[in-house]
Design a protein around this ligand. Structure first.
Ligand code: HEM
Length: 107
């Protein structure tokens, strides 16, 4: 439990640093929220175009020999959906942080 509390505290600090360094402002988040429906409707096409481009070029296609493209695509789609919904809060970073942890620990 103590380690989880420590991880959460650290995550909070990282979030504060990231907010400052990225320079995301409330008005940026509001712009995303206002256009949420349109941006969400682009998700599948955007993902298909993006990964088809990567798969069509040998150097980038090579990356997907070790990890299934569908797996990465679905993670990226979730990330995009959260981003364009304006949900750039602790849960947004937590999702990424925990996913990276689960990738490294193989869970
Ligand atoms: C604007 C550009 C890109 C965006 C927004 C993006 C986004 C993402 C996201 C959201 C994830 C899920 C993991 C996480 O939350 O950190 C991910 C993982 C991954 N991406 Fe990207 N990506 C981009 C460019 C690329 C490119 C150019 C490649 C390969 C040439 C690539 C290959 C991968 C791979 C292999 C993973 C899985 C990582 C692993 O399991 O080791 N990405 N990406």
């Amino acid at each position: 439990m103590e380690i989880l509390e420590h991880a959460k505290k650290r995550l909070h600090e990282i979030l504060e640093d990231a907010k400052h360094l990225i320079g995301v402002k409330q008005e940026d988040i509001d712009i995303l929220k206002e256009r949420k429906e349109t941006l969400l409707s682009w998700a599948d096409d955007l993902m298909d175009d993006f990964y088809n481009t990567l798969l069509s070029y040998p150097k980038t296609a090579k990356v997907f020999e070790r990890i299934p493209v569908e797996q990465v695509k679905s993670k990226n789609k979730k990330w995009y959906e959260q981003l364009v919904s304006g949900n750039i809060d602790e849960k947004f970073y937590e999702f990424q942080f925990l996913w990276v942890l689960s990738t490294f620990t193989g869970k």
